[in-house]
Ligand binder design. Structure first.
Ligand code: IMP
Ligand code: MG
Length: 421
């Protein structure tokens, strides 16, 4: 998409207008450029629809259409007939997987352009961040058009609060999450942070938990919040009647049937191999690190005050990942090796299992009715990436963007409700 958008930028942006004011007006150039960008987004949307078997989304004249056209013709497409490996999109992007919903890319581009003034820019072409945010908007537009959104799962660090920090009472995400709960969405916090005791999660999340406790939400809505810790290893449910407001959910109530088959001996064997790999890298790369071994994870954390560089962290992840992939047990048991910003962890399971378990726990919510919000979506060494196997996703860069995304969803929902009236 970046490559496609670079073409109209080169051909139509007018950088000389900055020092030749008598030329074409800024608005005229921007309108022309916007039209070209928007056409490209419409074409990409069509290519995705051809692959995934999703209906085309109609655009209103004010670019704010949020409903599927009643005369939408559902064409039989590759994902529907099981031939998505032969779609044009698959030929262009071999690594592409299946889609859970259509992506309203055209409308999302117009929406973001009205806020980021992408078409107005003469010197800075459409960027990675522009495209990331357009994709997020396209995803939430589609979810809201096909609503209701039944489950929203959030990553913890960098998504809800800054790396290594806690969700404190003044965090602006709290009223937004309460609003989602009030509107009937279930909430899962699917975090790598793996603790066996409720108290540790209370310490990280007390701002949100106290706010739910104090709210006038009905009991059933309050119980619609669960924490899935250690990627997919520990499940706690909100309960205002117990200390720390979190009750451990017994494994038989939330484990997926495949997870029941995970053998303790395999878990130990996998963590042993991972630990040996981490120890080796720490020694070879002279890292000031401490090894942390847990029941369902092993990791390295920096010694106090030390910061590892990104390259070292990624090297550590990739070595551990490769060694585990080559091992027998690594083929039997899912695991997730990732760079946590200033630490590296190898966890048993991953966030696809975590999100699937949340979906099952709440009665079998579908991927097309679930949104996972996270910061780690690079394919190498990032843990939210796996959630894409279980549901739709939004890739945010910091907690402020999470708040903006939730506000955008409210705005889109209001437009949708106005259209339905
Ligand atoms: P997330 O962003 O909410 O998924 O949290 C990731 C961070 O949790 C990691 O970078 C670690 O700093 C921290 N963490 C604490 N315990 C664990 C664990 O058992 N596995 C992985 N990460 C952990
Ligand atoms: Mg994170």
């Amino acid at each position: 998409m970046l490559g496609l958008l670079a073409v109209p930028f080169v051909l139509h942006s007018q950088p000389t207008a900055v020092f030749e004011p008598e030329g074409e007006s800024v608005d005229a150039t921007a309108t022309r450029t916007q039209r070209r960008y928007a056409e490209i987004m419409r074409d990409v949307e069509d290519i995705v629809n051809d692959h995934s078997g999703m209906p085309l989304l109609e655009l209103d004249s004010d670019h704010s259409a949020l409903s599927l056209s009643t005369n939408t013709i559902l064409t039989v497409t590759h994902q529907q007939t099981g031939t998505q490996h032969r779609s044009k999109l698959k030929l262009l992007v071999p690594s592409v997987a299946n889609f859970f919903t259509p992506l309203a890319l055209h409308d999302a581009f117009i929406w973001q352009d009205q806020r980021r003034f992408i078409s107005m820019r003469r010197f800075v072409p459409p960027s990675f961040n522009d495209v990331r945010l357009i994709l997020n908007t396209a995803q939430v537009m589609s979810l809201i058009r096909n609503g209701p959104l039944e489950l929203v799962t959030f990553d913890g660090d960098v998504t809800l609060y800054d790396d290594g920090q806690s969700l404190t009472p003044e965090n602006p995400v709290i009223p937004r999450i309460l609003k989602l709960m009030r509107n009937g969405s279930k909430i899962g916090i699917v975090t790598a942070a793996g603790y066996t005791e409720a108290h540790k999660y209370y310490e990280r999340l007390y701002g949100l938990l106290d706010a739910i406790y104090a709210s006038d939400l009905p009991q059933s809505a309050k119980q619609g919040l669960i924490i899935m810790g250690g990627e997919s290893n520990y499940c706690f449910r909100f309960d205002g009647n117990v200390p720390d407001m979190l009750k451990l959910v017994p494994k038989q109530e939330w484990l997926l049937k495949e997870m029941v088959l995970w053998e303790e001996s395999d878990i130990t064997a996998l963590l042993d191999i991972a630990e040996a790999s981490l120890r080796d890298t720490v020694k070879n790369m002279r890292m000031d690190a401490t090894i942390v071994r847990k029941e369902r994870a092993v990791g390295i954390i920096p010694q106090p005050g030390h910061k590892f560089c990104r390259e070292t962290l990624e090297e550590t992840v990739l070595i551990a990942q490769k060694i585990l992939e080559m091992s027998e047990v690594g083929n039997r048991l899912p695991f997730c090796a990732f760079n946590g910003g200033n630490d590296v962890f190898v966890d048993i399971g991953d966030k696809s299992w975590g999100v699937l378990a949340c979906q099952q726990f709440f009665g079998g919510i579908e991927g097309s009715k679930t949104l996972h919000v996270g910061d780690q979506f690079l394919s190498a060494g990032a843990n939210d990436f796996k959630a894409r196997l279980a549901c739709t996703t939004a890739w945010i860069a910091n907690p402020t963007e999470t708040v903006q995304l939730l506000d955008e969803m409210v705005e889109l929902e209001e437009i949708q409700q106005r259209k339905l009236r």
